[in-house]
Design a protein around this ligand. Structure first.
Ligand SMILES: Nc1ncnc2c1ncn2[C@@H]1O[C@H](COP(=O)(O)OP(=O)(O)OP(=O)(O)O)[C@@H](O)[C@H]1O
Ligand SMILES: [Mg+2]
Length: 262
């Protein structure tokens, strides 16, 4: 299964993406987790040690590699470079593996953003396309609200996009914008994850404000999740209720996309 997790800043994208990646790995899937958020912090949520996480170099900053593969000069726009650079070795060579999850950190494209036509963004797009369209592993992507890394030809192969919302109109407005982008890009299924929910009333209110998107699952607001984050740990290793909530999401996803397991 290939799943993209998006939503407004701070809603819990990384918490959801990390949990799904860890759970799928525990169940025997080969898993690639992709940190596509410019403010990358999926490593810690996966439970990767802080020192190891600090040593990860995002692909977008590997100038020599990008120059070698694209024939272009990173940091510049225009000029000639390959639009289909070789990337098939990157998931195995340049990921960091922990608890059965291979993590790839994409990083930020400095010159003109993810939508620009420059060697870095071409490289990242080619890599995402390879991982999503060609590889057999389960892929979980932690993305920002802007999903422009997912171009045409890639989006159609994403099985589902999860849009995380929290109790608050701002995250709901962002979810609506993402829904539109995702539909325009041809992503076949879009689901909501309700996060940081306090009670049944709140859950119902959240559903009411965005009735057209189906809810695939919910995580309660829990001190233990916040505490794990503060300590730089993964709640997956300490919080059984969190794992159960993530499991419920995973099971519904499997049913929706017709995935019968590892
Ligand atoms: N269900 C929850 N209960 C309590 N705290 C939570 C819950 N979900 C997430 N958090 C906390 O909220 C903060 C933001 O969560 P997270 O980093 O997963 O969000 P994000 O959407 O990835 O943020 P960003 O946009 O900065 O990448 C973290 O401190 C996290 O521990
Ligand atoms: Mg995040």
């Amino acid at each position: 299964m290939k799943i993209a997790v998006t939503g407004k800043g701070g809603v819990g994208k990384t918490t959801v993406a990390a949990g799904l990646a860890r759970l799928l790995a525990q169940e025997g899937y080969s898993v690639i987790a992709i940190d596509a958020d410019p403010d990358a912090n999926l490593a810690a949520a996966l439970g990767i040690d802080a020192n190891d996480a600090a040593n990860i170099v995002p692909i977008a900053r590997m100038s020599e590699l990008i120059a070698e593969r694209t024939g272009g000069i990173p940091g510049t726009m225009g000029g000639f470079f390959k639009l289909n650079p070789k990337v098939d070795d990157i998931p195995d060579e340049l990921s960091v593996e922990a608890d059965g999850v291979k993590l790839l950190v994409l990083g930020t494209v400095e010159s003109g953003g993810a939508g620009c036509i420059c060697p870095e963004s071409t490289m990242l797009k080619a890599l995402l396309k390879h991982v999503i369209v060609r590889r057999n592993e389960a892929v979980i992507m932690d993305m920002e609200a802007g999903i422009e890394h997912l171009g045409r030809g890639t989006s159609e192969s994403v099985d589902a996009m999860l849009v995380v919302i929290e109790p608050g109109q701002r995250s709901i407005q962002t979810a609506r914008q993402i829904e539109k982008l995702a539909k325009d890009l041809g992503i076949p299924r879009i689901f909501l994850v309700l996060n940081k929910v306090h009670d049944r009333d709140e859950e119902e209110t959240m559903r009411k404000y965005i009735p057209d998107l189906p809810v695939i699952g919910m995580l309660l607001e829990r001190e233990s999740i916040r505490k794990a984050d503060l300590e730089g740990k993964s709640p997956f290793d300490s919080d059984a209720e969190y794992v159960e909530d993530i499991r419920a999401i995973k099971e519904r996803l499997q049913a929706e996309i017709g995935d019968s397991g590892a």
